[in-house]
Write a protein that binds this ligand. Structure first.
Ligand SMILES: Nc1ncnc2c1ncn2[C@@H]1O[C@H](COP(=O)(O)OP(=O)(O)O)[C@@H](O)[C@H]1O
Ligand SMILES: [Mg+2]
Length: 220
């Protein structure tokens, strides 16, 4: 469902990575590890169409991203991709349910229907009844579960998670990873999980390592 062929990315003179190739099948849960600064976040941003590669090809759900303009990328992302970030990125001025409903509203769903699906997604991550709360009232682990609910609420085919447990203690991280894995499985989605944690990588179907010379198979 995701194929990357010989991808390269530079910032000015500085080559971040080159010759990155990988293929993820539908339903796979794959961990991506690699040294800090090797370009893991950059790669995720390229896959999500938030950043452009300098060479190579990304095929997402049968579409070559190079054939899309920025609006086309935004549409593909909105419909097919869910993103979970290390820093949660839950909006502080919106109640929890509205944070989760946001991707649905952006896709044109009605207000009430969006809230209803958001409440169901919150219940699925163990946050039943939290919809009316404010983000400031929640713990880090709860906020990351809100972010997972938001990432899956629109039924994306691909979930990209960039060190989603990086700000959590190991116990909370374990709970959050289990929630992420279950949600990905139940949604029938594919997940690419960037992680520094061996425990997180151990949950995955397989682990890939990003190096400056490309992707190699390998553990954390
Ligand atoms: N917008 C940018 N402009 C210039 N350099 C950048 C930019 N974003 C990332 N980089 C550089 O690209 C490299 C890879 O960064 P990143 O993808 O964040 O690595 P990782 O997520 O693996 O730690 C780093 O050297 C970083 O400094
Ligand atoms: Mg990063």
């Amino acid at each position: 469902m995701l194929q990357i062929h010989d991808l390269a990315k530079r910032y000015g003179e500085n080559t971040v990575f080159s010759q990155v190739s990988l293929a993820l099948r539908a339903g796979e849960f794959v961990a991506l590890v690699g040294e800090s600064g090797v370009g893991k976040s950059t790669l995720l941003n390229c896959i999500a169409g938030l950043d452009r590669a300098d060479a190579g090809r990304i095929m997402l759900a049968g579409t070559d991203l190079a054939t899309l303009d920025d609006d086309g990328c935004a549409l593909l992302r909105r419909e097919r991709v869910g993103f979970v970030f290390q820093a949660f990125h839950v909006l502080p001025h919106l109640p929890v349910a509205e944070n989760v409903a946001l991707p649905l509203w952006l896709a044109g769903h009605g207000r009430g229907a969006g809230i209803e699906r958001a409440e169901a997604a919150l219940a699925a991550v163990g946050l039943h009844g939290f919809g009316a709360r404010w983000p400031a009232e929640l713990s880090g682990g709860q906020l990351q579960r809100v972010a997972i609910a938001r990432a899956v609420v629109h039924g994306p085919q691909l979930i990209l998670a960039d060190e989603p447990t990086g700000n959590l203690d190991p116990g909370t991280a374990g709970v959050v990873l289990e929630v992420l894995r279950r949600q990905v499985r139940e949604a029938g989605a594919t997940c690419l999980l960037v992680t520094h944690s061996a425990a997180a990588a151990a949950l995955a179907d397989r682990t890939l390592r990003l190096t400056p010379a490309g992707i190699v198979a390998g553990g954390a």
